[in-house]
Design a protein around this ligand. Structure first.
Ligand SMILES: Nc1ncnc2c1ncn2[C@@H]1O[C@H](COP(=O)(O)OP(=O)(O)O)[C@@H](O)[C@H]1O
Ligand SMILES: Cc1ncsc1CCOP(=O)(O)O
Ligand SMILES: [Mg+2]
Length: 266
């Protein structure tokens, strides 16, 4: 097992569970916290403007998601992103349905000014963020990841961030290097907030290996791909898939992850 393989990073996460602050949405809070616990991390859903920046000083990584945005939450997001940057900690942006309304578009523009370490979105969100025409509907993607790859590369260069575009396959790039990760299950987009939960896991892996957020992002995407594949084997539909996914995440170990990983340079 290489020192930076997904399996070795999962083992490192379990050995020293990172505290991850998530400013996420009402839909995602519960499942995302359970996903982080099943993976072995310590989640904390902390968004109030009175404490968000103080907490960012304690946590090893921060994730910000605009899924159920309101004006009060924006203040917490800005102060937490500032605090994470000042402390040199990685933070991840999930621009949920940012193309849907002016409020969301403006919020994402303002958050991008804080220079996220990693941006994780579905294919439609990544295409739209780079100014392309997308077919997304609300929070749901309707574009193939293949079409988001050039957008992801453009965004990565423009914002100095790692950019992950997810869907049936996943694509991740820092603007120079790029990888495709295969796996997962058709049930995944049928369970709400799994993408939001993945964003939180991307934060957890960035905390474990902050020196190379592309490598840590590949690990997080691979963990989801392999756990999703394993959970789907016995799932009857989205309901049983959801609990089997948590079980598959918690059962996954480093060597198994590396054995099942399907990652290729792109
Ligand atoms: N059709 C699919 N087949 C396999 N995995 C999928 C599929 N659609 C999404 N996924 C996986 O589901 C997770 C969430 O991605 P996605 O659905 O793109 O995000 P979001 O929930 O933000 O729209 C990722 O791990 C992705 O690889
Ligand atoms: C349904 C919904 N509505 C606002 S946020 C949200 C959850 C979106 O989760 P995901 O982006 O992971 O599909
Ligand atoms: Mg999403």
């Amino acid at each position: 097992m290489q020192q930076t393989s997904p399996g070795s990073l999962l083992t490192a996460l379990r050995a020293d569970p990172p505290l991850v602050q998530n400013i996420t949405n009402f839909v995602a809070m519960n499942i995302a916290a359970n996903v982080l616990l099943a993976a072995g991390a310590s989640p904390a859903m902390v968004h109030a403007e009175e404490e968000a920046s103080e907490f960012a000083g304690i946590a090893r990584a921060l994730t910000i998601n605009i899924g159920t945005l309101s004006a009060g939450w924006m203040k917490g997001m800005h102060s937490a992103a500032d605090a994470a940057n000042r402390a040199g900690k990685p933070w991840v942006l999930d621009p949920v349905a940012h193309y849907a309304t002016n409020f969301r578009r403006q919020a994402v523009d303002a958050l991008l000014a804080h220079r996220p370490t990693i941006i994780r979105g579905n294919a439609s969100e990544i295409i739209a963020l780079a100014g392309g025409t997308n077919r997304g509907q609300g929070v749901d993607s309707r574009d193939p990841v293949e079409q988001a790859q050039s957008s992801a590369r453009i965004l990565a260069k423009a914002h100095g961030a790692v950019v992950a575009a997810t869907g049936e396959i996943d694509f991740v790039t820092d603007g120079e290097r790029a990888f495709v990760i295969e796996g997962g299950s058709r049930f995944m987009p049928a369970v709400t907030a799994l993408g939001c939960s993945l964003t939180c896991l991307v934060g957890a892996l960035a905390a474990v290996f902050p020196t190379d957020p592309l490598v840590s992002s590949v690990a997080a995407l691979t963990i989801f791909a392999v756990a999703g594949e394993n959970a789907a084997r016995q799932a009857d539909g989205p309901g049983s898939f959801a609990w089997r996914f948590l079980d598959a995440l918690s059962a996954l170990d480093g060597p198994t992850l590396d054995r099942q990983a399907r990652i290729r340079a792109a």
